[in-house]
Design a binder for this molecule. Structure first.
Ligand code: HEC
Length: 144
């Protein structure tokens, strides 16, 4: 478990200026909700912790981009880059499980993958909304 916890971009960039031994890899950056448990950890914009990675896999498997856009920018559904700035985790969970059927958002409560990974999906979308996680393909953080 990494314990570099910083919601401040400044702190994150200071941390990124690490040892200088390896010029490529920046220090991982994390975001928190409450307490000091990291919501997600991201390195170089496209390497994330396992839970967040499973959130991204769920995003892909359930094809959310059909309606919200490949980079979450919004299509027939709203931009999740914006939505995740104000939706609480509880509200997010509610929408995932029940949808907003009359408005065109399907429920995903019958999906095992969603049941298992909705928190990682929330973390992934938060990271996108925070501008910390890049759009597109993600991989696991390099074990060093
Ligand atoms: C068939 C199209 C469609 C698909 C597929 C879809 N959505 Fe939606 N989604 C919508 C629409 C339309 C809304 C807006 C509902 C409203 O107006 O309240 C919405 C709303 C949402 C909201 C609430 C946004 C807010 O600001 O309140 C979230 C979060 C969300 N979708 C996430 C997802 C995720 C994650 C997936 C994939 C698991 C997904 N959606 C798949 C159409 C879709």
């Amino acid at each position: 478990m990494r314990h570099i916890v910083g919601s401040l971009p400044l702190l994150a960039s200071l941390l990124a200026i690490s040892t200088g031994v390896c010029s490529e890899a920046a220090a991982p950056s994390s975001a928190t909700t409450e307490g000091d448990e990291a919501l997600y950890t991201v390195q170089d914009g496209n390497q994330v912790d396992e839970k967040t990675l499973n959130g991204w896999r769920t995003w892909r498997a359930l094809a959310c981009e059909r309606c919200h856009g490949a980079a979450q920018e919004g299509l027939v559904g709203p931009s999740l880059l914006e939505s995740l700035k104000y939706l609480t985790k509880e509200e997010f969970h509610e929408v995932m499980m029940n949808g907003r059927i009359e408005k065109g958002m399907p429920p995903f409560n019958t999906s095992q993958m969603m049941q298992k990974n909705w928190e990682g999906l929330y973390a992934y979308l938060k990271g996108r909304s925070d501008g910390k996680i890049k759009p597109g393909r993600l991989t696991a953080i390099d074990k060093q």
